[in-house]
Design a protein around this ligand. Structure first.
Ligand code: PMP
Length: 325
């Protein structure tokens, strides 16, 4: 018989799928790392489990404890899965920009969800960064995960996602392209791949309204780059410790409109029902076209599943309201 002891045993070992139609004009092979096939339907299951295991090992998370995190949904889902199996409580602090579906799903997984305003500074006491930190000091036997600065996030991808991609491409990968939020995915995968072959290029996909691209190019943290945007999961108004800028060869910024349109195109032209950052990532690949040659093998990572965006990018009324259709 072949089975997992529990749902956590099904995390990882996701397939690579050839991208056929959207990237037909590129000279190279484009392979999609299909992370939506994780049990929580996103790549975040990997780092959520690793952060919990490391916190248990260092005594930060104790039996019966409460896990507190500011999460846009996917990390929450991963933490909730692991918490159910391991017997912890979860409180998630989420910004009001996030889709209602994401909040309902977290509640379905037994978590308490606290919603905070998006349009306040990170150090404002109402921001989801501040609220989650405060709750962690007030609630006894609680542990504040902090996926932005918790380096177990990067370590998860260094130990699992990176080696999988290397093995699945038989070491032939030449470029890795991925959206950057906390930075865990790009830094962990990027570090592993560059250790195997320092010639592999690592490209980050950023949003307009985020500080990453300018910071990478100039070393300047420019507050004027920051404004509210629609794309979910990528871009930041802070510099998370998990973003290792030295490993990244370059960033490309994708507009909210393009990210939304390409999310829909992935569904209709590739049969891939994916989240909004997948649309940004594949548009990022197209924008980086000049860097790719014949025989190159480009791997692009798709973070999460389309079901979380049915009221948004997959809804015609919403698309029209935003001026995207
Ligand atoms: N896409 C989605 C949908 C996400 O939830 C995240 C995590 N914020 C990312 C992309 C970015 O991944 P990372 O945090 O590892 O940089």
């Amino acid at each position: 018989m072949e089975y997992s002891e529990n749902i956590l045993g099904t995390i990882g070992n996701t397939p690579l799928v050839k991208n056929n139609n959207l990237t037909v004009d590129l000279p190279c092979l484009v392979l999609d790392k299909y992370e939506t096939l994780n049990p929580g339907k996103s790549v975040k299951d990997r780092m959520a489990l690793k952060m919990i295991e490391d916190a248990e090992a260092t005594g930060k998370l104790k039996p019966g404890g409460t896990i507190i995190e500011g999460t846009s949904g996917n990390t929450g889902m991963g933490l909730a899965l692991a918490a159910i199996i391991k017997g912890y409580k979860c409180i998630f602090v989420i910004s009001d920009k996030q889709s209602k579906e994401k909040i309902d799903v977290l509640k379905a997984m037994g978590a308490e969800v606290v919603v905070c305003p998006t349009e306040v500074e990170p150090d404002d006491p109402r921001s989801y960064y501040s609220v989650s930190k405060r709750m962690a000091t007030e609630i006894p036997n609680s542990w504040y995960v902090n996926q932005y600065d918790n380096l177990s996030n990067t370590a998860a991808h260094y130990e699992s996602t990176g080696p999988e991609i290397w093995k699945q491409t038989d070491g032939k990968i030449t470029h890795f392209v991925v959206g950057v939020g906390t930075g865990g995915t790009i830094s962990g995968v990027g570090k592993y791949l560059k250790e195997q072959n320092p010639n592999i290029k690592v490209w980050g996909v950023d949003t307009y309204g985020s500080v990453f691209k300018k910071y990478h190019e100039t070393g300047i943290f420019d507050k004027n780059e920051i404004y509210p945007y629609i794309t979910e999961g990528i871009g930041e108004d802070i510099l998370p410790k998990n973003v290792d800028f030295d490993l990244i060869d370059g960033f490309t910024k994708v507009t909210d409109r393009d990210a939304a349109i390409y999310t829909r195109r992935l569904a209709r032209e590739e049969g891939m029902f994916l989240g909004n950052s997948a649309g940004a990532a594949i548009k990022g690949v197209l924008q980086l076209k000049e860097h790719f040659k014949e025989n190159d093998v480009v791997v692009v990572l798709f973070h999460d599943h389309g079901s979380r965006y049915v009221g948004k990018m997959f809804n015609d009324e919403w698309m029209k309201e935003k001026g995207f259709l």
